[in-house]
Design a protein around this ligand. Sequence first.
Ligand SMILES: [Zn+2]
Length: 342
Amino acid sequence: MVRKREIIDEIEDVYRNALEELALIKDADSIENWSRRYLGRKGKINSLFSVFAELSPEEKRQAGARLNEIKNELGNAYEKRKEKSGRKKGDKVSLLFPGKPCEVGYLHPVTIVTRKMTDIFAKMGFGIVTGPEIERDYYNFTALNIPDEHPSKDVWDTFYITEKEKILLRTHTSPVQIRIMEKVKPPLRVVAVGKCFRRDDVDATHSPVFHQMEGLMVDRDIKFSHLKGILTHFITQMFGDNTKVKFTPSFFPFTEPSAEVSMTCNICNGKGCSTCHDTGYIEVLGCGMVHPQVFRNVGYDVSRFTGFAFGMGIERLAIIKFGITDIRYFYQNDLRFIRQFS
Ligand SMILES: [Zn+2]
């Protein structure tokens, strides 16, 4: 009889513990775990059926009936608890179901081209520098040998912030060259990058805000042939080895001699098309040997040093490289446009 009492107590203990544990469970996985431990094939309830051996047939019947009752009640409690946790019988969580995608950012084509340009010059030993966008008239014009009567100084061409002290939004990145030369003695090899501002009406090829890259190299015995070599290497690195480069005489106040640099049109490969006006060439940048007066303005000894400078519009290079038809696309913040270049 003692054995019977023990078995009934054990059954009731398991039942009580099972209900207490189930009440404390918070998540769906723990409910499944609980079900396995109590109601599974090797669970506690099934193992209790196997301890009836010592009981008389009548005792076995009673204990068995109670155990079956408990098994059913725990089974019902399990279904109810599972329903409350939001998962129905037979439901499975698929870990393969994709999560919410992250929005990935894209580099702006002006940034892509700027990085490519600075990479090429950095490999040739050029340092990358920047300067203020709000500039003094002296750095933007006077120190660069641009005379007072020059049309670029007109209020119709330049944004002046204060007319009296002549503070303005820089019209090119060239003032950075002056600022660097005031601080650093030759030899010197730098490119300056940044925003520039001009009073241009917005159309397919003009924007009042645009980006420029400017280069400067000063040392003993720097010749025009060095300038040609550096720029030819830059253009072929940028647009491919088969690109031909042409230097045409030109004029800038801060360089002498000066040249416009053109490259074979990358749309028609030099055969002639509407983009290159049937010439086979498109203008890319302006350059020249630094005017001695510019060196004098920063205190460089013109009998010892010579140098060259060049400047180019970054949007212009991006337009040529990617075949973009309108400069306004750069600033409209349209993701359909920006996503195309990464
Ligand atoms: Zn062409």
